[in-house]
Design a protein around this ligand. Structure first.
Ligand code: SF4
Ligand SMILES: [Zn+2]
Ligand SMILES: [Zn+2]
Length: 311
């Protein structure tokens, strides 16, 4: 005998399509989508992420998380006529990968009627990730890419005159990064992870409104909303430790649903107890805020190209 489809536990009217393992809820497509939106709204309000008239630059890579965030924020901000959402994308210069993602991001922005601005490593730093990957170097390509993209996103947000920079980090990204920082003993970086960001002179405040959306729910949301997103991995992907963290957390999550949320909440409890160390000066090469004499982006650029004058 065919199994009866269970009803949605939220509305009780439609058949469920998703069993949420960590809460036991069975949700229909509409209720699932509304819970994602409600969760983002709660995260935004819990961490006071925006003002009623914020100009929000959303970092859009063309992947499911950043496009999902763009959809949700665009919907939420439509209720706040004095606020504005602008998409910014970074072209790291990875042929056959980032160009496809940028096309997808551009299409999504056109459909949503959101202004889209692209900033490239080539223009900002005079190099591309394809060049970096083929240059003899000490660190993995992702180490350079992460530092340079962080800088590029800040420049992008500043240049579109945004007062907030929203990124699409999901719950799994957050938990993996928190564990990586703990295992490396890097409490300073842990302290900088707060989803609500912080006010630091020279930096547009960075917020992570998607940080309570699990990766698989982000994928389901994208599927149900029916938008296209990039699925192929970057050819330079090399974050071995992140892959270990992902496998570890996912393995425990299967046996003990809710573990990823526990890692996230534990990190949030630790953050206020860690001294971040002040940004005390300006980089001698590029003038950006830094803890030392030279910022990390300029250090990496000098290492790649000893005759260069920094980022
Ligand atoms: S996988 Fe690494 S190199 Fe590729 S875009 Fe991401 S951070 Fe950059
Ligand atoms: Zn329902
Ligand atoms: Zn610098």
């Amino acid at each position: 005998m065919a199994e009866t489809v269970k009803q949605c536990t939220k509305c009780g009217r439609r058949p469920s399509i998703y069993l949420r393992p960590y809460s036991g809820e069975r949700l229909c497509a509409d209720c699932f989508k509304s819970t994602i939106r409600e969760r983002v709204e709660r995260t935004v309000s819990r961490y006071d992420m925006f003002e009623h008239d914020s100009r929000i630059a959303v970092g859009v890579s063309g992947g499911k998380d950043s496009l999902g965030l763009l959809h949700v924020l665009n919907e939420i901000e439509a209720e706040f006529p004095r606020s504005e959402v602008i998409a910014v994308s970074i072209d790291e210069g990875v042929a056959g990968y980032r160009d496809e993602a940028l096309t997808i991001a551009g299409e999504a922005c056109r459909e949503l009627g959101v202004e889209h601005n692209i900033f490239s490593f080539a223009d900002l730093f005079g190099t591309t990730m394809d060049d970096v990957a083929s240059t003899p170097r000490e660190l993995t390509p992702c180490s350079y890419c992460g530092v340079l993209r962080r800088r590029a996103l800040n420049e992008a947000a500043r240049s579109v005159e945004a007062d907030r920079l929203a990124t699409g980090h999901n719950l799994d990204d957050f938990a993996q990064t928190a564990l990586m920082n703990l295992l490396r003993g890097d409490l300073r970086r842990l302290s900088l992870m707060h989803p609500g960001g912080g006010e630091v002179e020279g930096f547009v405040r960075r917020v992570k409104p998607y940080c309570e959306v699990p990766e698989r729910e982000s994928a389901l949301y994208a599927h149900l909303e029916g938008f296209r997103f990039q699925e192929i991995p970057c050819p330079h992907a090399s974050e071995a430790m992140r892959n270990d963290m992902r496998a570890f957390i996912n393995g425990v999550e299967v046996k003990r649903p809710g573990t990823t949320f526990t890692v996230y909440r534990t990190a949030l409890k630790l953050i206020p107890n860690v001294e971040p160390g002040d940004l005390i000066g300006r980089c001698r090469l590029c003038g950006e805020p830094t803890t030392g004499e030279t910022c990390r982006a300029c250090q990496l650029m000098e290492e790649l190209n000893p005759s260069s004058n920094g980022a």
